[in-house]
Write a protein that binds this ligand. Structure first.
Ligand SMILES: *Cc1c(COP(=O)(O)O)cnc(C)c1O
Length: 366
């Protein structure tokens, strides 16, 4: 079976260094808020190109803390609106509703799958305070037009960079473009820990201080509490693993790009739509999403021939039970993507023969 993502093999490719890093933490006797966190926050800040990185428990929390900090600072209020792509992974939307803010779902562009700049302005009201821009599938969603819209309407630009570490917009890393960004280091992400982990990046020092306190019970000084925060910190063991894996991130992205290039240059089927790539630096191929109206058939055919694929995502957020009040709404482009999308295997460790095999199978699909 050609796996969609072989995480065991991903870890094994840096096994000696990971084991050394984990052992170092285990024997240090220091497991939280220590040297590994400091080192990771520094390295990640310089990698992304921001002043501050604040490690936290996971990517969802990273986004939750950004909005919560804006509320604590009086920049946003409960009931304010945040524009977010309707086809994102649900965590983006959860971070908004968790804070009592209102997500305003906006359709993506059918070719890029990213938030459609042309649909944003009509969604802006006098309650809109921010755009949560998701670099979905690892592709940059930022455009100069979106930057203009934020500036003209005094909106915060928050980036969901969970799938796009290392992605570039005109030479600038995503996660450094907006006012703040949430990052996930869930094991399957391009930069993955061996468990849950996340971070916030920003150039805003006050925001960095606030999110750091919020993720530490609401405290910046021991036993002094400014906010009703939670315990949402990044473990030293995970930070140590990330310190190893960050060193290989660019190399891993190069491998993903060469797999994507092979798919792009060799898949020839009039029934399969390949992702639109205008700038190869602006895509880190967390996923390689193709589209076909016969999606379920293609998935079954590939599976029957030994290839694992995944759908991102089978049910859009507005059709989920947790957002029952939205279930009767219609977002046709989002629904089309959810009905037609299929992610092909891609990772830094997939063998060229496996990629070749996937291409042959798709090209022979009758
Ligand atoms: C993974 C992901 C998140 C959440 O990150 P976790 O670390 O799993 O909490 C948020 N947004 C997007 C787009 C994601 O893919």
């Amino acid at each position: 079976m050609i796996k969609f993502l072989d995480l065991k093999k991903v870890t094994e490719s840096h096994l000696a260094e990971i084991n050394e890093a984990v052992t170092r933490v285990v024997s240090s006797g220091w497991y939280l808020q220590g040297e590994e966190n400091r080192r990771f926050e520094q390295s990640y800040s310089s990698y992304i190109g921001v002043k501050h990185t604040v490690g936290c428990a996971n990517g969802l929390d990273a986004l939750i803390w950004i909005f919560r900090a804006y509320i604590e600072q009086g920049i946003m209020n409960v009931g304010d609106e945040v524009i977010v792509p309707a086809n994102t992974y649900i965590a983006s939307i959860l971070s908004i509703t968790e804070n009592g803010l209102i997500p305003v779902l906006v359709e993506p562009n059918i070719n890029t799958y990213q938030l459609d700049e042309k649909c944003i302005e009509q969604a802006i009201t006098d309650k809109t305070r921010a755009i949560l821009l998701v670099h979905l599938y690892g592709q940059c969603a930022y455009t100069a037009g979106i930057g203009e819209i934020c500036k003209n309407n005094n909106l915060k630009l928050v980036e969901d960079n969970a799938q796009a570490h290392g992605c570039l917009y005109n030479g600038q890393k995503t996660g450094s473009i907006g006012d703040a960004a949430g990052h996930s280091f869930y094991p399957g992400k391009n930069l993955g820990a061996l468990g849950d982990a996340g971070a916030i990046t920003t150039n805003d020092s006050q925001l960095a201080d606030t999110v750091r306190s919020l993720a530490n019970y609401g405290s910046s000084r021991k036993y002094v509490f400014k906010y009703t925060g939670r315990n949402s910190r990044l473990d030293e063991i995970q930070a140590a693993v990330l310190n190893v894996k960050l060193r290989y991130l660019d190399q891993d992205i190069d491998r993903r790009r060469s797999v994507a290039r092979f798919y792009t240059e060799n898949i020839v089927s009039d029934r399969v739509i390949l992702p639109m790539i205008s700038d190869w630096n602006a895509h880190v191929f967390h996923l390689f999403p193709v589209r076909t109206i016969l999606r379920d058939e293609l998935q079954r055919y590939l599976f029957d021939n030994g290839v694992e694929t995944v759908i991102h995502y089978p049910i859009p957020p507005h059709k989920q039970e947790c957002y029952a009040g939205w279930n009767s709404r219609s977002y046709p482009i989002t629904e089309q993507i959810h009905a037609e999308e299929l992610s092909l295997p891609i990772s830094p460790v997939i063998e060229p023969e496996a990629v070749q095999r996937v291409v042959e199978l798709i090209n022979n699909w009758q």
